[in-house]
Design a protein around this ligand. Structure first.
Ligand code: NAD
Ligand code: TYD
Length: 357
């Protein structure tokens, strides 16, 4: 670790979107790891958020859950007054590209207006020169798409191409503008595609596991040759812990395990893992792979150069992709109640509208 890096010591932390996929994994790491730090989660419990995701920390003395909207300025202001937060870790967002194509304004509201609301509350509350930090979680999708070669770095210009990516880019710009204009102490991370426990099965990996398990058609967009760069969510949580405490204010960190796969290769691996875990004949689930109409504006390839977070903060991913995928498949197969609860009527309606199956 760079010894000249100033430390941040979080004591009272607002975690937005803690009932979602990455937020829940972050809390499951942080709440037991830092028993003297108070964590308050603000989450609207949209279709993507679930109380089950925070059940492992719900009874901890240093954890409080508040149901509410990050764009509700009165509520956010009241929470800052009541809890005197030293730290914000901002996950809450509308996060699914396909839904952003169907309903872009919901993304503008939560991702742009919601982020601005939090920034205003922090600016109002943090008037002295105390030890404060606003960490904003963003995506590599703000950089647009890559061709067959190259990687995104912290210097890559923004070129978002979906309503989701554009709304996240807008939120990133606001965070930096608050840093520049008002001196708000922030850090920002742009992360590659995450996978692991508690991910909503609208996203590729849990969708494939679920549909392989249930022997339903497994939709692959286009020819399956699009490339994504995969990071285990628990490695992301460890990176955020590092950035929060040791990251330099005003700095951006790109986070990734630097592991690329075509979608088709990944889907075939997952179907084989599900068959193996269920002792089914090899190839049972592969038969259900179905090529479907491509996503409009589908970005071809994402790939992230994570050397800054490795070199400056000594973070290293613990999972390699094969081990991470095996652990992930096992987790979904071992949690039928979670899958049952999350695949409710709303989920069935979404799947029907999206895939017609
Ligand atoms: P998610 O969709 O699983 O969870 C989002 C959470 O935010 C849910 O609990 C939801 O209820 C909550 N939420 C949504 N709107 C809200 C509002 N208006 N007020 C309060 N809470 C609200 O998302 P995720 O995959 O956990 O992603 C978390 C963050 O990480 C997002 O900012 C996303 O853009 C970013 N990110 C995700 C990935 C990924 O692969 N999942 C990759 C890079 C960056
Ligand atoms: P997704 O999990 O939606 O993440 P993102 O679009 O943010 O990268 O999708 C990952 C990749 O998988 C992306 O290239 C789109 C593709 N995909 C499919 O081929 N079929 C599907 O049903 C889904 C949801 C995604």
């Amino acid at each position: 670790m760079n010894s000249s890096t100033p430390e941040h010591h979080p004591t009272r932390v607002l975690v937005t979107g803690g009932a979602g996929f990455i937020g829940a994994n972050f809390l499951q790491h942080m709440v037991p790891a830092y028993p003297d730090v108070a964590f308050v989660t603000l989450d609207a419990l949209t279709y993507a958020g679930h109380r089950r995701n925070i059940a492992p920390v719900a009874e901890a003395d240093n954890f409080t859950f508040v149901e509410g909207d990050i764009a509700d300025a009165a509520l956010v202001g009241r929470l800052f007054d009541e809890h005197a937060f030293t730290t914000v870790v901002h996950f809450a967002a509308e996060s699914h590209v396909d839904r952003s194509i169907q309903d872009p304004l919901a993304f503008v509201r939560t991702n742009v207006v919601g982020t601005a609301t939090l920034l205003e509350a922090a600016r109002t509350a943090w008037r002295d020169d105390g030890d404060y930090r606003f960490h904003h979680i963003s995506t590599d999708e703000v950089f647009g798409e890559l061709g067959a070669e190259g990687t995104f770095t912290e210097a890559t210009p923004y070129a978002p191409r979906s309503p989701y990516a554009a709304s996240k880019a807008g939120s990133d710009h606001l965070v930096r503008a608050y840093g520049h204009t008002y001196g708000l102490p922030f850090t920002l991370s742009n992360t590659s595609n995450n996978y692991g426990p508690y991910q909503h099965p609208e996203k590729l990996i849990p969708l494939v596991i679920l549909r392989a398990l249930r022997e339903q058609p497994i939709p692959v967009y286009g020819d399956g040759q699009n490339v994504r760069d995969w990071l285990h969510v628990q490695d992301h949580a460890l990176a955020l812990d590092c950035i929060l405490r040791h990251g330099r204010t005003g700095q951006t960190y790109l986070v990734s395990a630097e592991v690329e796969r075509t979608n088709l290769h990944l889907v075939e691996t997952l179907t084989d893992l599900v068959d193996a875990a269920l002792d089914r004949p090899a190839g049972t689930a592969r038969q259900h792979i179905t090529f479907v109409t491509d996503r409009p504006g589908h970005d071809f390839r994402y790939a992230v150069d994570a050397s800054r977070v490795r070199d400056e903060l000594s973070w290293r991913p613990q999972y390699d992709l094969p081990a991470g995928l095996e652990q992930t498949v096992r987790w979904y197969l071992d949690h039928p109640d979670w899958l049952e609860a999350i695949t409710d009527e709303d989920y069935a309606a979404y799947i029907d509208a999206q895939y017609g199956t």
